[in-house]
Ligand binder design. Structure first.
Ligand code: ATP
Length: 445
């Protein structure tokens, strides 16, 4: 079995190469908040686009939405979050640390002993995870609003709008990517669990009699999605929620789990939310959210919802952890991020063999041309081997080197990141070669 990257190795590469920085670092950092640097934002955008394309472009019955983060406070009463979206927390009276009661060893709960300092723990208290703020200049109960803890509710409250204005017929889905906020006790696992994060959610509206069929279909499709993105199948599995784990809205739920360096953890949840949310919004808003199905002899019903809910930032961590590889090449360690070419922050690195004799100018001409179609990075500094290694570390799948022969016959060498194979290609044929290689990409380990 391939070895797994240690978290500190990954965190340090992410910092060093401009993927992810600690938030507010110059002030000592903010716990569990992270900023995406030049490489990180490219990667995150590409993961998002990969999902968006898969969900909307490749499914004729799914449309997109971008709802606001702040919503009417009644939304969260209707959704059950005000009442139920809580974690049981215990405090240590001595060291003042706070823990999730369900995440500390049972023995500590029984003896009321703090897992850090042995001090006395309080009894568990339910703590609501929603961040509160106030709309407008007056801080009163009437101005209370929440930062959304999930993007899904923005979809449910727009269900009728989408049916009426986008002419969607059940079964159909609405996809959305956006920020969500949870005031969680976070652990030390980098961007795995943060208080501010991004979700990629798709709510699929169906006739209640078809929930089993659609649940199974989405479960399989979502697993395939990660394989398509180049994630190793051997590090993925399903986990079914037992009765004690089910969220307040769910009838059945499966997680897709990934084997992170710190163990198997949830990457995405697929939930059968039944008609819970639409029904509750009907009750609380007093608006009719039933659906008139002309394909079922005018039957009127509240659709069931199959939800696929993935973390965008958590997927970025998965992609990074899965891509990391080390190997020995000519007696030296090569670190290579085996990112899918559609996800890599830079697609092509272009290098003049030397700066002089017009090679830099020719290489820049190649860059100008490739830039129209691919994210391209030009690097003329240092030995060519070192320049290749720098690109390997950020996962750049292709390298183009301009040498003396290039000036004579307008050919260059094209280097493949994974195999390190080099082939001579006419400059005029580069676009096509690269496009083809992206299309045919298969993960090699
Ligand atoms: P957990 O049990 O880990 O708290 P959850 O079951 O509450 O997670 P969901 O509400 O199903 O998670 O959220 C759907 C997805 O959103 C998760 O699979 C995960 O990828 C992502 N997610 C949830 N909470 C966070 C967080 N605090 N930070 C980053 N991503 C998150």
């Amino acid at each position: 079995m391939e070895s797994m990257v240690a978290m500190e190795t990954l965190v340090s590469l992410c910092k060093r190469r401009g993927f992810i920085y600690q938030s507010s670092e110059i002030y000592g950092g903010l716990a569990s908040a992270w900023d995406y640097g030049p490489m990180g934002v490219e990667l995150k955008n590409r993961v998002q686009n990969f999902w968006w394309r898969e969900m909307t472009q490749l499914h004729e019955n799914i449309v997109g939405l971008d709802a606001s983060i702040l919503m009417h406070p009644r939304v969260w009463e209707a959704s059950g979050h005000v009442e139920n979206f809580t974690d049981p927390l215990v405090d240590c009276k001595k060291c003042k640390q706070r823990f999730r009661a369900d995440q500390i060893p049972e023995q500590n709960m029984e003896t009321h002993a703090c897992p850090e300092c042995g001090g006395e723990l309080t009894d568990p208290r339910q703590f609501n995870l929603m961040f509160k703020t106030h709309l407008g200049p007056v801080e009163s109960d009437a101005s209370l609003v929440y930062l959304r803890p999930e993007t899904a509710q923005g979809i449910y409250v727009n269900f009728k709008n989408v049916v009426q204005t986008a002419r969607m017929r059940v079964p159909f889905g609405i996809a959305q990517v956006g920020k969500a906020f949870r005031n969680e006790i976070t652990t030390k696992n980098f961007i795995f669990r943060t208080c501010e994060f991004e979700q990629m959610e798709m709510q699929f509206f169906i006739h209640p009699s078809e929930d089993g069929k659609w649940f199974e279909q989405w479960k399989q499709e979502r697993f395939e999605f990660y394989k398509k993105m180049g994630i190793r199948e051997s590090r993925m599995r399903f986990h079914q929620h037992g009765p004690g784990e089910l969220a307040h809205y769910a009838k059945i739920a499966f997680d897709i789990e990934y084997e992170f360096p710190f163990g198997w953890k949830e990457l995405e949840g697929i939930h059968n939310r039944t008609d819970y949310d639409l029904r509750r919004h009907m009750e609380y808003s007093k608006k009719d959210l039933t659906y008139l199905d002309d394909l079922r002899d005018g039957e009127r019903y509240i659709p069931y919802v199959i939800e696929t809910s993935a973390g965008l930032t958590r997927t970025v961590l998965t992609v990074l952890a899965d891509a990391y590889d080390e190997e020995e090449v000519e007696g030296e360690k090569r670190v290579v991020m085996r990112l899918h070419p559609d996800l890599a922050p830079v697609t092509v690195g272009v290098f003049p063999l030397v700066k002089k004799d017009g090679l830099a100018e020719l290489a820049q001409e190649v860059v100008r041309d490739l830039r129209e179609d691919f994210t391209t990075f030009y690097d003329q500094g240092g030995a060519i081997g070192r320049r290749y290694r720098r690109q390997d570390e950020i996962g750049t799948p292709f390298g183009v080197t301009v040498d003396y022969q290039s000036k004579e016959d307008r050919t260059v060498t094209l280097r493949y990141r994974d195999s390190m194979e080099q082939v001579r290609v006419p400059i005029a044929g580069l676009h096509e070669r690269i496009r083809q290689a992206i299309k045919e990409y298969r993960r090699v380990d």
